[in-house]
Write a protein that binds this ligand. Structure first.
Ligand code: GUN
Ligand code: FE
Length: 440
């Protein structure tokens, strides 16, 4: 048993940011077994039979929050983080992104890049990530192995794409696409870890034929897999979809016809999405990965997250590296506020997102989008302990804390200005995967 005593911050559906002071949180193996007032510590010791040496007392400058969920990130695009953001989506893909991803035909590139990706994400407090690898089976396996070795929780997808993409970077047939994807599913099953799941990853409808998407949809059903793809990211892409699938009612209708919508499907972006499509996403309980940094950096548009929330559609946050230049979920949370506030400048009476709300999107919302709300996202009893230990007062702290600051102020200052220096420990399923405690 591990017990943490101090300030615990998390979201519930009733309260976006619930600050619990003097609280004891007990973890057995990977699971949260109690969260109670610290005054009850002596009773709890008897009830759950733990001893003083099992207890970690957080200092007054520390708090615990749930690990963050990155609902959409291209691990293979990491080498381009922070560069090549001068083009919009379709040109950006052809000019910079496909050539970079094509390098992963050499597994050595995967062996060099992927450990850096996973390390960076864990350090930044991303305990769960929905990754896109590349279309290469062997390189995708490297990503899965690295994630497994480092103990991160993840969905990992071998990318599928065959049409409207360069000859040097495409799958050669639907048969190959489906069989290699199934091989990848078997590889992940063999890892025998509950932390990693395969995700069927047709890149986007521009790059896949209807037949390919249908067969991938069937594969997802056969293995009860998650599905992830891109939807309504830019206007040019939506126009192209109308030309490619002239019979379709909408972009969403293409995926619907292919059998790709469902509660385990994650749609990235949804910037240029229409009323009927939103209704369909809600009916299918399909989640949206909001990628604010990417949407601004490659100038795709402003996603109206408030509308998604009001319609009861599941929404989480995502970095979408390298369309987004930062791999930090704290950045995504901040950019989500920027986008929402920009919309409120353009539209009268627009109710922009608040900091507690984006905190919830980064944690509980993300858990819902990856369809793991029953396991992760906050500190409910029975959930897995995916958690970050935050300290406001580490050496060389980026935070300016003053005596007048309330505890809530300090938490807000961390969310706005903190970085990985403030993230002292990271836990996934009860295991400490990052420990900078000696540095504090
Ligand atoms: N649409 C299809 N592929 C991609 C990609 O790699 N990044 C982004 N942002 N959008 C896409
Ligand atoms: Fe993307």
């Amino acid at each position: 048993m591990k017990v943490f005593v101090g300030t615990i911050v998390h979201s519930t559906w009733e309260e976006p940011m619930n600050i619990l002071q003097n609280t004891a949180l007990g973890v057995h193996d990977s699971e949260i077994v109690f969260i109670e007032a610290a005054q009850r510590l002596e009773d709890l010791k008897t009830k759950y039979s733990f001893i003083d040496s099992d207890i970690t007392y957080l200092t007054s400058s520390q708090f615990m929050m749930p690990g963050m969920v990155d609902t959409h990130i291209h691990a293979s695009q990491f080498p381009n983080n922070g560069i090549k953001l001068d083009l919009s989506l379709l040109d950006w893909l052809n000019t910079y992104t496909f050539p970079t991803e094509a390098m992963f035909s050499d597994v050595k590139v995967a062996q060099c890049v992927y450990p850096k990706v996973v390390e960076r994400l864990l350090k930044n407090g991303t305990t769960t990530a929905a990754y896109y690898a590349t279309l290469h089976l062997e390189a995708s396996k490297v990503l899965a192995q690295v994630v497994h070795d480092r103990g991160q929780r993840a969905l990992i997808g071998k990318v599928n794409m065959m049409v409207n993409c360069p000859e040097y970077y495409r799958e050669s047939s639907i048969t190959e696409s489906v069989s290699e994807t199934e091989d990848f599913i078997f590889f992940i099953k063999k890892l025998q870890t509950p932390l990693i799941k395969p995700v069927i990853t047709p890149r986007f409808a521009v790059a896949c034929s209807l037949d390919q998407m249908k067969q991938l949809g069937q594969l997802a059903k056969k293995h009860d897999c998650h599905i992830q793809t891109h939807l309504c990211e830019t206007q040019a892409e939506v126009t192209w979809i109308q030309e490619l699938f002239p019979w379709s009612k909408s972009y969403t209708d293409v995926y619907d016809t292919a059998g790709l919508l469902g509660a385990k499907t994650i749609m990235a972006h949804c910037v240029w999405i229409e009323e009927q499509e939103l209704k369909r996403l809600k009916e299918c309980n399909t989640g949206v990965a909001h990628c604010p940094n990417s949407n601004i950096s490659i100038r795709s548009g402003h996603c109206d997250v408030r509308q998604l929330i009001c319609r009861g559609i599941k929404v989480g946050l995502a970095t979408d590296c390298s369309g987004g230049y930062s791999s930090s979920m704290l950045d995504s949370l901040r950019r989500a506020l920027d986008v929402s506030k920009s919309l409120s400048i353009q539209r009268q009476n627009y109710q922009f997102l608040t900091l507690p709300e984006v905190f919830r999107l980064a944690t509980l919302g993300g858990a819902q989008v990856v369809n793991m709300e029953d396991r992760i996202g906050n500190f409910e009893i029975g959930k897995e302990f995916d958690s970050l230990l935050i300290d406001f007062e580490v050496p060389r702290s980026p935070l300016d804390i003053f005596d007048k600051d309330t505890l809530e102020d300090k938490i807000h200052k961390f969310l706005y200005n903190g970085d990985d220096r403030n993230i002292v420990q990271v836990y996934v399923a009860g295991r400490c995967v990052i420990n900078n405690k000696n540095c504090t």
